[in-house]
Structures are given as structure tokens and as C-alpha cells.
Design a protein around this ligand. Structure first.
Ligand SMILES: Nc1ncnc2c1ncn2[C@@H]1O[C@H](COP(=O)(O)O)[C@@H](OP(=O)(O)O)[C@H]1O
Ligand SMILES: [Mg+2]
Length: 276
């Protein structure tokens, strides 16, 4: 087999695709009888593959992966900088080897993803993400910053008279408590789905108009999909409108809004009313 692409965005796509193939193979091999075993094996196989390839092809870069020991710890940047290499590194790969682990273990579901993002200290944007890819293996596609999908999304319809209903993606297992009221307020209907990556990909492709999450998440849940979403021209922020920031000492990033640019001010105003 030849070498992977040199350019980081294309490398991220290559890596997400390879991990996705391994995960599809695992599903076929193990079946769905023991969901817990399939989930654990999926996390491990994808993590090990991505870790091995990063060590081989990007040995100087730091990595933050959900499956690393201690990944959820909140460090004090000034105290732990020496011990935690990502806090001083110029380039950090932020990885969720299997996002939507629960859906991965349910037969017939395609809302699970592989996230590979690259953060750079010298990035021109507040989020710091300079490349990334979201693999959707069961949908036979990878979305990446190397070929950002068109904006506005191809399947967006023109507004119907009287205002079109907003399709609002939300976690199928842990939706924010305020979301039902917010949806009613803005005339949206909720589309329950698993995986932050799959939901943001659905905004990118125009299957839904927005995704709102609150109540808990980590940087790896959104880094790669946010890299792709912002590369296409979509809005992505915290639910209070402030910037999403990655490779922080504390990896918790509990809430976000990703949506079409023309909906952002309306949804942020509604979030201000409902999420407080
Ligand atoms: N309240 C919470 N606290 C921590 N993580 C959360 C969370 N709600 C959602 N997540 C994480 O966000 C991802 C998408 O969640 P959901 O499918 O419910 O939308 C999942 O990642 P993983 O599947 O990688 O664990 C899930 O663990
Ligand atoms: Mg995740």
C-alpha cells in the first residue's frame, strides 16, 4: 500500500475512511447480538488504527482522543504544560474514533461517525481547526475540509409562504431539556438522531437546518464536524453565541449551535430566551 496524502485535510479524509472500513468490517464480523461487546470493540479498533497511523505519518504532532486514558481530565494549563504535550504543541489531532457508539451497536442505523480534526496554534480562526474529516461509514461517505460540500446545502428548499418549518436535529437519547419549548417558539420540528458528527453532517448536506446541543459534550464530539461545517460556510458557535474553542486545558465543550447562517440570529435569540 502507498503512502497517505501529504496534505493534512486529505490525510484526515484518508484516516477517517480507513477507520470507517475497519468499523464496518467489525459490525459484519461480530453481528449485533452482544451490543456492549460490539461498542467496546468498535471504540478500541478505531482508536488503535488512528493512533498507529498518526504515530507513523505525523509523529511530531500531539493527539487528543476520546479513548486515551485521562482524556476527560481538566488540566491547569500553567501547571501541567510539561506533562500534557498537547498543551504546548503547535499541532494537535482531535479524534473521536467512534461518535454515536450506541447507534453503531444497533442494527440498521447509519447515524454514527469517525471524527478526525487538526487544531493548529497559528490558525487564523478562534476555533483553531485547520482541517478535518467526518467519516459516515454506514452512509458510504466522508465529508472533509479538503473538498467542502457546497453552501447553501443542495437540498435546502425555498421558504414556503408563511415561513417554512425549521428541521432541528437533536440527540435521540439526551436532548437539551429546553428544546421542545424552543422548537415550538421558533416553529421548528425536532429530528432525533444519534452522533454529533452525523447531526452536523445532516446540517452540512441540508437534510436538517440546524443542530442544538446542551448539557455536556467534549471537544472530540464536535471538532471534526465543526471544521467541515465552518469550511462550507455554516454558522457554528456556543449556544450563547460565543466562539467554540478547541485544545483548551479543560476538554469539556458542553453546548453548541450549528446552522445555516441565515438562521443563526433567530436561533441564538431563541436560545437566550429558553436556555437560561
Ligand atoms: N450530556 C452529555 N455528557 C457528555 N457527553 C455527551 C452528552 N450528551 C451527548 N454526549 C456525547 O456526544 C456524542 C453525541 O451524542 P448523541 O448521540 O446523544 O447526540 C456522544 O459521543 P460518543 O458516542 O462518542 O460517546 C455522546 O457521548
Ligand atoms: Mg463522541
Amino acid at each position: 500500500m502507498g503512502s497517505p496524502p501529504m496534505i493534512d485535510g486529505a490525510f484526515a479524509r484518508w484516516l477517517a475512511a480507513r477507520a470507517g472500513q475497519a468499523l464496518l468490517g467489525l459490525r459484519a464480523e461480530m453481528g449485533f447480538a452482544d451490543a456492549g461487546a460490539l461498542r467496546s470493540a468498535g471504540d478500541k479498533v478505531s482508536h488503535d488504527l488512528i493512533r498507529t497511523e498518526l504515530a507513523k505519518w505525523r509523529p511530531d504532532d500531539a493527539v487528543l482522543s476520546e479513548e486515551d486514558e485521562g482524556s476527560r481530565l481538566a488540566w491547569a494549563a500553567e501547571v501541567n504544560a510539561e506533562a500534557v504535550s498537547r498543551l504546548t504543541a503547535d499541532r494537535v489531532w482531535i479524534i473521536d474514533p467512534l461518535d454515536g457508539t450506541r447507534e453503531f451497536s444497533e442494527e440498521g442505523r447509519s447515524d454514527w461517525a469517525v471524527h478526525v480534526a487538526l487544531w493548529s496554534r497559528t490558525a487564523p480562526t478562534p476555533h483553531g481547526l485547520v482541517g478535518g474529516a467526518v467519516g459516515l461509514p454506514a452512509q458510504q461517505r466522508v465529508l472533509g475540509t479538503d473538498y467542502p460540500p457546497a453552501y447553501p446545502p443542495a437540498t435546502v428548499q425555498a421558504a414556503a409562504p408563511g415561513g417554512r418549518t425549521i428541521r432541528l436535529a437533536a440527540s435521540r437519547s439526551r436532548p437539551p431539556v429546553f428544546l421542545t419549548d424552543l422548537a415550538e417558539d421558533v416553529g421548528a420540528h425536532l429530528v432525533p438522531m444519534g452522533s454529533a458528527g452525523a447531526k452536523i453532517a445532516a446540517v452540512v448536506t441540508g437534510e436538517v437546518d440546524a443542530y442544538i446541543h446542551a448539557g455536556g459534550q467534549y471537544e472530540w464530539d464536535s471538532a471534526a464536524p465543526v471544521a467541515v461545517a465552518t469550511a462550507t460556510g455554516l454558522h457554528a458557535s456556543r449556544i450563547d453565541g460565543s466562539a467554540l474553542r478547541y485544545n483548551e486545558a479543560d476538554p469539556r465543550l458542553p453546548d453548541l449551535l450549528v446552522c445555516r447562517k441565515d438562521l443563526a440570529s433567530r436561533l441564538l435569540a431563541a436560545l437566550q430566551r429558553h436556555s437560561g
